[in-house]
Structures are given as C-alpha cells and as structure tokens.
Design a protein around this ligand. Structure first.
Ligand SMILES: NC(=O)c1ccc[n+]([C@@H]2O[C@H](COP(=O)([O-])OP(=O)(O)OC[C@H]3O[C@@H](n4cnc5c(N)ncnc54)[C@H](O)[C@@H]3O)[C@@H](O)[C@H]2O)c1
Length: 441
C-alpha cells in the first residue's frame, strides 16, 4: 500500500516510519523545509527513543521518503493521512484547525484520482464532515473518502505504542475507507490488536474523551495528594491501594506538578468548547482543567516554603524541564510557569534537562542552563525535581548536598523518600507524603 503523510512532527514521523516498517511505501510531507532537510541528513527533528534507527532502516529499504512537495509526495498514495498540528486557538481554547484545512485544500488541488483522506490529527467532532465539504469546494476528484483514525501514542514510548497499541479506532462512513484502513493496519491485527470501527464523529470524540479521562485521573490524584498532606497519609500508598483495583488501574495516578504536554491541556479545553457549542455541560472536565491550572500555579509556593517563605535572592536548581521524561517536548510543560514564578519572586534559577535544552531556551529567558544535574545544584538553596528522568533517580545525593548552599530537596515527582534525603543531609519535600510528617508541604 502506498501512503502519504502530511505533517512530519511527533505523530506524522513516528506513524510514517512505523507504517513503512509494516511494509507499506510511505512518503512523509512537511512544509518545514528545515525539518525535511534534517531528516534526509539523518538527524531527527525530535527526540524519541528508537526513532532514528527505524527511520534510517526504512529509508535504506526504499520504503520511506521525505519531501516538502505535496503534489510529488502524494504520488500513487491510496491513503493520505493528515498529521498536522491542532494547537489551542489563542484567546478561546477552541482547537485551531487552520493547518488541517490548509493541508486539505492543498491536497484537493493536487489530487488527480480519488484517495482515502485519513485524519490522524486530534480534531473536534464534525471536522471530517468539513473536510469532505472542502474536498468538494476545491473540486477534488469524485469518490474521495474521509476517515478518522485518531492517534493514541505517547511521546517517549511512541514506537512501542504505535506497534503494540491497546486499540486502533477507525471512524469511517463508507466501505472503501474501512477496507483501505483494514489493509494498512493488517500487520497489527495479525498481532491481535483490537480494531474498533465506528462512525467518523464517534472516532473524533473518542480521542478527546480518552485524553480527558486520563487528565481527570491526574487531577484526581493531585487533589488526593493535597488531602494526604493535610491528614498525614501517603499518596503513593493510596495510589497503589486504589490502582490495584482493576476497575481503577494503576496508571496516571502519580501525584505531581500537574499535567502538561502537547495534548491534555489543549484537548481538555477543546472538549469543553465542543460541549459549549453543543449546549451540554461538562462539569467534571471543567473542574479538571481548573484543578490543573491551580496546581501548576501553586508549585512555586512549595519551593518558597522550602526555602523559608521568600524566594528573594534565593538560588534554585531545577532538574527536568520537558513535560515528561524521554521527550524533548516543552509544550505546556509545568516547568515553564514554575520557573517564571520563581523568577518573579526574585530567585535565580539554574536548570538542567538531559535533552530539552534546545526547545527550552527560547521559552525560558533569564535562567542559566547547566550541563548536568550537579552543576544545577551547585550553590542552590533548594533543588527542585520537576521531570522524573531516569538519570535523576540515582543521583549521588551526598555530592548534591555538598554542592548546595541550602538543604531543601523539593521533589515534585516523589523520586526520593525522606530517609534517603536525610541520609545525605537534605530535607525532602515530596508531594502528598503526609505520612513523612513535617517535611511535606
Ligand atoms: N504529540 C503527541 O504525543 C500526540 C499524540 C496523539 C495525537 N497527537 C495529535 O497529532 C497531531 C499532530 O501533533 P504533533 O505533536 O505531531 O504536531 P507537530 O507540531 O510536532 O507536527 C506537525 C507538523 O505538521 C507540519 N505542517 C503543518 N501544516 C502543514 C501543511 N499544510 N503541509 C505539510 N506539513 C504541515 C508542521 O510543519 C509540523 O512539522 C495533533 O493534532 C495532536 O493533537 C499528538
């Protein structure tokens, strides 16, 4: 099967490389010439474990190509995936579909025969209908189908998630679209991956409902963490105690600085906008969003408490900037509001992230970027763990403590516990660790 992928970002590049690895012929298209040039030169534009070798192997086998030219890229494709960004629209939180509609218009003009247009981008209910209208408006060849195939991969584990998905959701309104997508995903259901065929609108909504539910689990455990701190309970143990119940499940129950990233913040907002337009209340998700906003805003206060109440003139070391480990993605990362508030409070900040520096630098001015964790801790009154990269799990805490001016280890991911920190002469400020007594905030 020949496939074209419009948009070669986190989702387009991973999906394109994985489809090629299944044996399909894939051309990835992006209007960002710098990105395409980089990939052709063997340099990945994003940091994703295993991606470089997967892309390289499939280029060598002649199954994966890259171009900036859409007309050339769609070539003999039977299916054209749209994987462009759908960020939150500035000002109102609606999903901004400008990139999607631009790509569809361009595609419609370039097509010389009917294809199945598949939306992989996360798009609000009804976008597929609008895409079908645009194809007509732009005189695309008769017989094109429009399907929705939302993507559920996680950055940091994207290739594994794509190749061993919990499920594949295909929203299609005609037999041809279902057949083409069945053929594309055949290697996965040979491996028993469940495939769900639904209507197009249902598939579109399923993606938002999934992200909103996961965001809700995070906001839920963060509020329980606050309660743990107040009543002397330990959120880690509460999370384990509830997560072992199969009806609840253990994932997304880690208390921390609030969810960030390129999906949950914008997708929860977009879901609320869809509901508003439909005149249907979504009180739970609305609360999830405000719990998370408050959570992110409150993290700097925790650091202030740990250094005696005022941030003025304090030096703060920050470990981890990306919104989660194993990605360089900084979109809506909790580190951004935290660091801004630390600076506003009069603190100096030295930060280290294993791979996020290039993306973080334009977003965080007025701080020092260091080359390792120990340099970030050097001379600090408090060291704050914001992202739980594996390399922060086995730090030499004695060496950290020796380099610091103060003793506060503000551990927003509960990587360490009180005893380990105390052994090194540090005071541990975890999240929701009320059982640890006075040191929790
Ligand atoms: N990042 C994730 O973890 C993730 C997971 C699941 C779903 N999604 C969804 O997938 C979509 C893409 O997300 P992403 O993180 O890959 O975005 P991204 O910003 O990393 O990549 C989008 C790419 O599309 C390109 N592009 C935009 N308009 C174009 C056009 N007309 N022609 C060619 N290229 C064009 C951009 O240059 C960019 O490289 C979004 O809707 C997102 O919500 C993302």
């Amino acid at each position: 099967m020949h496939i074209a992928m419009i948009g070669t970002g986190y989702v387009g590049l991973v999906s394109g490389a994985c489809f090629a690895d299944f044996g399909h012929h894939v051309t990835c298209i992006d209007k960002d010439a710098g990105k395409i040039a980089k990939i052709k030169a063997g340099v990945m534009p994003i940091w994703e474990p295993g991606l470089e070798s997967l892309v390289k192997a499939n280029i060598e086998r002649g199954r994966l190509a890259f171009t900036t030219n859409l007309a050339e890229g769609i070539g003999d494709a039977e299916a054209v995936f749209i994987a462009v960004g759908t960020p939150a629209r500035r000002g109102d939180g609606h999903a901004d579909l400008t990139f999607v509609y631009e790509a569809v218009r361009e595609l419609a003009k370039a097509l010389t025969r009917p294809v199945v247009v598949v939306t992989k981008s996360t798009v609000p209910v009804g976008t597929g209908d609008r895409i079908a209208e645009i194809l007509k408006e732009e005189d695309a060849p008769e017989g094109c189908s429009v399907a929705s195939n939302p993507e559920f991969l996680r950055e940091g584990a994207a290739i594994r998630d794509f190749k061993i998905p919990d499920r594949i959701v295909v929203g299609a309104e005609d037999q041809r679209a279902r057949e083409v997508l069945t053929e594309i995903y055949r290697p996965l259901f040979l491996n028993q991956a469940p495939i769900l065929f639904t209507g197009r609108r249902t598939a579109e909504l399923t993606k938002y409902a999934a992200n909103a539910f996961l965001a809700m689990k995070i906001s839920f455990i963060n509020e329980i963490a606050n309660l743990c701190e107040a009543v002397g309970a330990d959120v880690q143990e509460v999370a384990r105690g509830i997560g072992l119940d199969n009806r609840i499940g253990p994932k997304f129950l880690h208390a921390g600085p609030g969810y960030g990233g390129s999906c949950f913040p914008k997708d929860t907002l977009a879901l609320l906008k869809t509901a508003e337009d439909a005149g249907v209340e979504q009180r739970i998700i609305s609360t999830v969003v405000s719990v998370n906003d408050d959570r992110k805003a409150a993290m700097a206060d925790r650091v202030a408490v740990a250094v005696g109440g005022s941030l003025e003139g304090k030096r703060i070391g920050v470990l981890g900037l990306t919104f989660k480990p194993n990605t360089d993605d900084m979109r809506d990362a909790p580190s951004i509001p935290l660091i801004k508030r630390l600076l506003e409070g009069g603190a100096e900040v030295a930060a280290f992230d294993p791979v996020g520096r290039e993306q973080a630098e334009p977003l965080l001015s007025g701080i020092t970027f260091t080359d390792d964790a120990y340099s970030a801790a050097n001379g600090a009154d408090a060291l704050v763990i914001v992202t739980e990269w594996d390399e922060f799990r086995a730090l030499d805490l004695v060496r950290i403590a020796e380099g610091m001016r103060g003793t506060a280890l503000v551990d927003l991911r509960n990587v360490y516990d009180r005893t380990e920190a105390e052994r090194a002469g540090l005071v541990h400020y975890g999240v929701g660790r009320g059982r640890n007594g006075v040191n929790s905030i």
